[in-house]
Design a protein around this ligand. Structure first.
Ligand SMILES: Cc1cc2nc3c(=O)[nH]c(=O)nc-3n(C[C@H](O)[C@H](O)[C@H](O)COP(=O)(O)O)c2cc1C
Length: 303
């Protein structure tokens, strides 16, 4: 067994495999499939201060090599999370992180304040990149001043590790990464979904109720890899790679590009055991190439 231990700021990970927000529920939905504690950590569903119904159906569409979603951050709100969901997560020995979103800076701050009180939560992932909400979300993540402002405000109230999740729907993602690093982000995770759309030629209507939605899955991997590679060179804080990771080889590519950890998203919809299989496959890769530690491949792309 290779040593898979890694660190994101103050969060010690026994291995670098995390689950992506919105694709793994609250973890408990997967308890019947495997021991979730085997993963480095789980990032639970997007949480906002107020409950959200999400967008009208249809809000999912299959595409060639991926899917479009417009779920729209459906959740019961942070107070409900604290009272009803959080107690169910206390059993986990692995890291549990909460993905935090909002329509205004005040909403992000209020949500982070509630999560800050929950001892068993290792950190937050600030979602400034959701393309499926009318207000806030991605709007914060596509301009340097607004990205820095929300990170700066949350940093004042949140004491543990703050990961900031970046949007790929920008011209230069390194500018945003540098802006949030300057504002106090402890790590960046990327990428969230790419803005896309689907049209039904027979009805001549958009497939999604929201017209546009977020593209995820294998189709976005090359874009995600490129962005992780660029951002890894632009910032000093750890980078977490996300986007179309379906197997261990995909994950290894992200480590080579500079990611300290990775998140498994859409793959869990296809195979609930995907994250576990990816974890085992990373270990196999390291052993096969006679590497003792995951650090031996992080950022080690041969140019
Ligand atoms: C159905 C669905 C819901 C999602 N919900 C969230 C969310 O609440 N917060 C968030 O930051 N990202 C959310 N995402 C984005 C994923 O966490 C991930 O960044 C994206 O899907 C790319 O990774 P993948 O290609 O491995 O799926 C969601 C993605 C999907 C498919």
């Amino acid at each position: 067994m290779a040593d898979l231990k890694t660190k994101i700021h103050n969060i010690k990970l026994k291995n670098p495999v995390l689950t992506a927000s919105g694709t793994f529920g609250y973890g408990v939905e997967f308890d019947d499939f495997f021991d979730v504690d085997l993963l480095g950590g789980i990032i639970v569903k997007g949480t906002t201060i107020f409950p959200r119904q999400g967008n009208a159906y249809p809000r999912m569409a299959e595409t060639a090599s991926g899917m479009l979603n417009a779920v729209g951050l459906q959740n019961g709100g942070a107070p409900y999370f604290a009272s009803d969901i959080y107690p169910k997560l206390l059993k986990y020995k692995t890291n549990v992180l909460v993905n935090v979103s909002g329509s205004t800076i005040e909403e992000y701050v209020a949500c982070a304040e509630i999560i800050n009180e929950l001892d068993h939560i290792s950190g937050i992932e600030l979602n400034i990149s959701c393309p499926n909400v009318k207000e806030g979300g991605m709007a914060f993540g596509i301009s340097c001043p607004s990205a820095a402002a929300v990170v700066n405000a949350v940093k004042k109230v949140y004491q543990k590790t703050m990961i900031v999740k970046l949007s790929p729907n920008v011209t230069d993602i390194t500018e945003i990464a540098r802006a949030v690093e300057g504002a106090g982000a402890d790590s960046v995770s990327l990428i969230n979904t790419l803005l896309g759309m689907a049209i039904n030629a027979e009805t001549r209507k958009p497939v999604l109720s929201t017209v546009t939605g977020g593209l995820s899955g294998p189709s976005i991997k090359p874009v995600a890899l490129r962005m992780v590679w660029q951002v890894s060179q632009a910032v000093k804080i750890p980078v977490i790679g996300i986007g179309g990771i379906m197997n261990a080889t995909d994950a290894v590519e992200f480590f080579l590009a500079g990611a300290t950890a990775i998140q498994v998203g859409t793959a869990s919809f296809i195979d609930p055991l995907a994250s576990l299989k990816i974890l085992k496959g990373i270990d196999d890769y390291l052993n096969r190439h006679h590497f003792n530690h995951i650090n031996d491949i992080i950022g080690c792309l041969q140019m």
